[in-house]
Unconditional design. Sequence first.
Length: 179
Amino acid sequence: MSFSVDVLANIAIELQRGIGHQDRFQRLITTLRQVLECDASALLRYDSRQFIPLAIDGLAKDVLGRRFALEGHPRLEAIARAGDVVRFPADSELPDPYDGLIPGQESLKVHACVGLPLFAGQNLIGALTLDGMQPDQFDVFSDEELRLIAALAAGALSNALLIEQLESQNMLPGDATPF
């Protein structure tokens, strides 16, 4: 399956709308969940060897308050180290950090899992995670298509982090609330 120009344009437009970062990130995750037809998605910020959820869709709300240290989450560590699209096999023995955290599916294990590391230059700044209950759920999407999604998300996250840094240094007007 390939993304249409309209789908990609919609994602890019959603990322540039003049609203706060949190709303922009939430819209991105919601749009990706619809476009990729996944059961859950998350945008994570990388900081000090841990991932911090910035926006989620399809996961229990308390995920937003969690911190996922790489040492305790081998799948997230694999995403952080990969440098490219990570597709975990359905029979992977690595525990999924979201098992039991998809509302209505608490007793089921996540079957399809894709991780997209997000970079600003050579620096890891975050990740997108996509999860589904069907083992072949993401097979219709090529790695190239997923890299394109990752690049759009990485650009948005990188810009948001730069704005946060400038605001905290009082170089931009606005609320310096970190996310």
